[in-house]
Design a protein around this ligand. Structure first.
Ligand code: PLP
Length: 407
């Protein structure tokens, strides 16, 4: 059996965590916004630039070949990580946002027509709302929105009733960044496929919390970001089924995505390069490959149980604070807690926690419709990663109680 690392040893792998903020040891609970990076990832990116940096593909010289090989190896790691059928189904992008925009601009522009409907949900991140609104402006499509319940779960009855002959795509988050809800995407995908409707999943908040198998899910597209997966910023992934990627027109034009160019006619490169115009962020891609090596050096069961324990502990402790309300109480939740304390604006809470060295996110979390649904300006959000501890949560709760006593 493979030798897996222990989560209890994870914290020491993250150099950034070992620092003082405002005179207090840093407590980093802003992981849903971005994760910290382990040494191995930082060292790998440094190694690219210190040992073999060179523009990839088409190179005849040694460095270019080494760099190209490392870049393509990263693609294969990602393919295996999400169990895609082929490595050419893995398109490197800047992140989830660019991945969704790629689909809206290629699949959307080529295959959707006026009157067609795209189903999204009330808990989407803006990056899975606005690209479809822009498409609506370009093509006259309609957006249908699955409402959420008071617990922050999708109203599945409404979802099923929204599926119709006019539905051209369903685009749904796997996990809500604002509420933590894990959506029943398997049910969504099966129901959509029963009517031949393709499905895009925004996996930005999922891939680092539990295993994702795109073949088993059978989704048509799956998008995620490297920086939320313990990897570098500026790199992300769009998985797309080969059958769609082959049919979709390219999005951005430039080097790498062409086979031949004359002023009369340009022919396009094969997959995945057709969608990777220009010099890609190869150092980021190679770093992302290393982040996946790092994450998978732990056992998924251990990660899931550990994060669940943190979530349960934090939920119980926070709920013991008088006047504190948690938003997002779905049965199936990832390690994200959004809350408000009576009479305290989330921004004030965030600023005061920061004075205690505690980093949380406050505001609408790029999910304004969720805040509108609950009639609130925003929330305070604490989100956990494998390097967090129960002591981090104790400090958060102590901080909240102290701030409450001041107000
Ligand atoms: N989708 C979800 C659910 C997110 O949480 C985020 C970022 O917070 C995004 C999309 C956008 O990711 P990025 O900014 O890395 O493109």
């Amino acid at each position: 059996m493979a030798n897996h690392k222990k989560i209890s040893d994870a914290r020491k792998d993250f150099p950034l965590l070992d620092q003082m903020v405002n005179g207090k040891p840093l407590v980093y609970l802003d992981n849903a916004a971005t994760m910290q990076k382990p040494h191995e990832v930082i060292d790998t990116v440094t190694e690219v630039y210190t040992k073999y940096n060179s523009n990839i593909h088409r190179g005849t010289h040694h460095l270019s070949n080494v760099c190209t090989e490392a870049f393509e190896e990263a693609r294969i790691k990602i393919q295996k990580f999400i169990n895609a059928g082929y490595s050419h189904e893995i398109i490197f992008t800047r992140g989830t946002t660019e991945s969704v925009n790629l689909v809206a601009n290629t699949f959307g522009d080529a295959f959707l027509k006026e009157g067609d409907e795209v189903i999204i949900s009330e808990l989407e991140h803006h990056s899975n709302i606005v690209p479809w609104q822009l498409l609506r402006e370009r093509k006259g499509i309609e957006l249908k929105v699955i409402p959420i319940t008071e617990e922050g779960e999708l109203n599945m009855e409404v979802f099923h009733s929204l599926l119709s002959d006019r539905t051209a795509l369903v685009a749904i988050a796997h996990v809500s960044n604002a509420l933590g809800t894990i959506n029943p995407i398997k049910e969504i995908i099966s129901a959509a496929h029963a009517k031949d409707i393709p499905v895009l999943i925004d996996g930005a908040q999922a891939v680092h919390h539990f295993p994702v198998d795109v073949t088993e899910l059978d989704c048509d597209f799956y998008a995620f970001s490297g920086h939320k997966l313990y990897g570098p910023t500026g790199i992300g992934v769009l998985y797309g089924k080969e059958k769609w990627l082959n049919k979709m027109p390219p999005w951005q034009g430039g080097g790498e995505m062409i086979k031949s160019v004359t002023f009369e006619k340009t022919t396009f490169n094969e997959l995945p390069f057709k969608f990777e115009a220009g010099t890609p962020h190869y150092a980021g891609a190679i770093g992302l490959g290393k982040a996946i090596d790092y994450l998978t050096s732990y056992q998924w069961d251990e990660i899931i149980n550990f994060e669940k324990e943190l979530l349960d502990y934090a939920t119980e402790k926070l709920l013991s604070v008088d006047g504190l309300k948690i938003y997002g109480t779905a049965k199936n939740k990832s390690s994200v807690i959004s809350f408000l304390v009576d009479g305290i604006h989330p921004y004030d809470m965030g600023v005061m926690l920061d004075k205690m060295g505690i980093a949380v996110r406050t505001g609408h979390h790029c999910a304004q419709p969720v805040m509108d649904k609950f009639g609130i300006p925003g929330t305070v959000r604490a989100s956990f990663a494998i390097y967090n501890t129960k002591e981090d949560i104790d400090k958060l709760v102590e901080g909240v109680i102290k701030i409450k006593s001041i107000f």
